[in-house]
Design a protein around this ligand. Structure first.
Ligand SMILES: [Zn+2]
Length: 74
């Protein structure tokens, strides 16, 4: 098994697939190597279901505590 998608740091251009807020979690699906992006909130929402199906779960939500993001989530 190989990791086809190189790891990279998420930035402000990365947006949650669910709500469009800044993404802090990047999930790579094991089956398709497709990439999904989630904000902290939605990452928590889908993690239990989605994470077992991913080959990579890149969690940068720790950065949320360093700097309060300008969020229009909700
Ligand atoms: Zn979201």
């Amino acid at each position: 098994m190989t990791t086809a998608v190189a790891s990279r740091e998420l930035n402000s251009l990365d947006r949650c697939d669910r709500c469009g807020a800044q993404a802090y979690v990047r999930a790579v699906l094991e089956s398709s190597a497709g990439e999904l992006l989630f904000c902290g909130h939605h990452a928590r929402t889908v993690e239990a279901t989605l994470r077992p199906m991913t080959s990579e779960w890149q969690d940068e939500t720790a950065r949320l505590h360093e700097k309060e993001p300008v969020s229009v989530d909700d």
